[in-house]
Design a protein around this ligand. Structure first.
Ligand code: ADP
Length: 485
């Protein structure tokens, strides 16, 4: 009492500071508290509630004063919680509750987490206070989150593509039903896996996933081999994408049927081309025999016809050879026989051989290499033949083609420059694809199959070199290839 007066006097005299515990004697403080506060006497009957509590429950202090707060209970909170609470309070201890669900005046439920503690005076409990934290919204949010996670999982399971979500370190975080059936594992088994464990190790080495690009936000598409539970391999096409939460989601599409059909197609082309080669070789032999006889008989008309026939037979032979080469590339059987060669000789001999056939254009060579380098002579002649034939074929109004040779520190670079149609920028990358031909009117009248550049690019790639083009529509093109020194 004495102290309160002193406090009153001090406040009246405006001689604060007050002690922190004295501040709580002002009713504004608990009233202004954003958290709900309820105080009961030692019998457990309500002695005080603050406005935040009134707002939370919908009851006024008048309605609840002197009542036991058990009328607030819902059936959701187990009795053991209250038992533990009373045990702590009567022992003079603080009690922090887990989630408690109560009922408001209007019957709806609210969830709280609370701190209960005794207010003690001279070693005795005189009141029990509770400060309540309304967590209804958070719980609703958690429920909604759980629901949307469930929806996401259901959607994942309905997907016709296999899905695996990986953590950035490569361990499996989430899988869908489809990937489990594709590989023969259970979901539980898959959750213990790391990314490297379901990838074929050799395939992975040859063609690793560009993790840096994925983490930078790029979507990556790729083909690869997965290892099934029984050890067999499954060819898949994958799409990998970074998720907002930092995980990586990969969709896997089973492409075993497509691969099987591709293999059948390759086998068919291989067998057909091979079978065609024998009669064509005989045809060529007969044609040469006939040519000799016609020359001896001086039958000029027939000689002319015969040489046209010869040209067509040569074209057929080239086509069959190209088909066989494509087939070798597809099945990984395009072998290189590399040795040290003088590239100058290869260039000069190829030009000498081709010049009589490509009569309309003068082919010249500028520059030379000073040292022998390692390459497959036959294959590089094939690349040159292809580039030179194209240079002449696609520049009908010009009369020259220039080969340039340049040496750099690590590479030798050969350019084949023509003064013909040129190639649109949009087409410049595509022309190296299998069967790709540009759709320009002037060029579509020129026969071809879109095989030559694909084969040339593959040969250069296997030499660890590069084949590319610089061109402007209407201004001619220069095809370059480089070989390592
Ligand atoms: P093909 O000549 O049999 O069609 P290629 O693979 O050799 O097949 O060439 C692919 C396409 O690239 C050609 O159809 C043509 O449109 C274009 N191309 C190739 N070389 C040239 C060139 N020197 N000038 C212009 N276009 C070219």
């Amino acid at each position: 009492m004495k102290r309160a007066q002193t406090l009153k006097k001090r406040v009246a005299a405006n001689t604060a500071p007050l002690l922190p515990q004295e501040l709580l004697r002002f009713p504004q403080l608990p009233d202004a508290f954003p958290d709900a506060i309820l105080i009961t006497d030692t019998q457990g009957n309500i002695a005080y509630v603050n406005p935040a509590w009134e707002k939370l429950t919908g009851y006024t202090f008048k309605e609840v004063s002197g009542k036991n707060p058990r009328f607030l209970k819902s059936e959701k909170t187990p009795n053991i919680v209250y038992k533990k609470l009373w045990h702590a309070l009567t022992a003079g201890k603080l009690f922090r509750s887990e989630e408690i669900t109560n009922r408001k005046k209007n019957g709806t439920e609210y969830s709280i987490r609370a701190v209960f503690f005794p207010i003690r005076y001279r070693g005795k409990n005189i009141y029990y206070a509770q400060v309540l934290n309304d967590i209804t919204d958070r719980i609703k949010l958690e429920e909604r989150l759980k629901e949307s996670e469930k929806k996401y999982r259901d959607l994942m399971d309905k997907s016709s593509e296999g899905i695996i979500v990986y953590a950035a370190d490569g361990h499996v975080v989430e899988v869908n039903r489809k990937i489990c059936t594709m590989l023969g594992y259970t979901k539980k088994q898959m959750h213990t896996y790391y990314q490297n464990e379901i990838n074929d190790p050799e395939d992975q080495k040859k063609n690793p996933l560009p993790l840096k690009d994925i983490l930078a936000g790029k979507t990556i598409r790729n083909e690869r081999l997965l290892v099934k539970k029984d050890g067999s391999r499954l060819p898949v096409e994958l799409t990998a994408k970074l998720q907002p939460n930092g995980t990586i989601e990969i969709l896997y599409r089973d492409i075993s049927l497509r691969k099987k059909l591709e293999k059948q197609k390759d086998t068919f082309i291989g067998v057909a081309a091979h079978e065609l080669k024998t009669p064509i070789t005989s045809l060529k032999a007969y044609e040469q025999l006939m040519s000799k006889k016609l020359i001896a008989l001086k039958l000029d008309d027939l000689i002319n016809l015969n040489s046209r026939m010869n040209l067509q037979i040569s074209r057929l032979t080239e086509l069959i050879d190209d088909l066989l080469n494509v087939n070798r590339i597809a099945s990984g059987r395009l072998e290189l026989f590399k040795k040290k060669h003088d590239l100058n000789t290869t260039l000069h001999e190829t030009v000498t051989e081709l010049q009589p056939v490509l009569k309309t254009h003068k082919i010249s060579i500028r520059g030379k290499v000073t040292k022998k380098i390692s390459f497959d002579d036959k294959r590089i002649r094939q690349v040159l033949t292809n580039l030179l034939t194209n240079a002449v074929k696609y520049s009908p109004s010009a009369n020259k083609v220039i080969i340039s040779v340049d040496q750099y520190e690590n590479v030798v670079q050969v350019g084949v420059k023509d003064f013909g149609f040129g190639i649109d920028t949009a087409d410049q990358e595509k022309i190296f694809e299998l069967f790709y031909r540009t759709t320009d009117k002037e060029e579509s009248s020129i026969s071809g199959f879109g095989l030559g550049l694909y084969i040339a690019a593959e040969i250069i790639k296997r030499h660890r070199g590069r084949l590319w083009v610089k061109s402007k529509k209407g201004r001619g093109s220069t095809f370059y290839f480089s070989l390592p020194r």
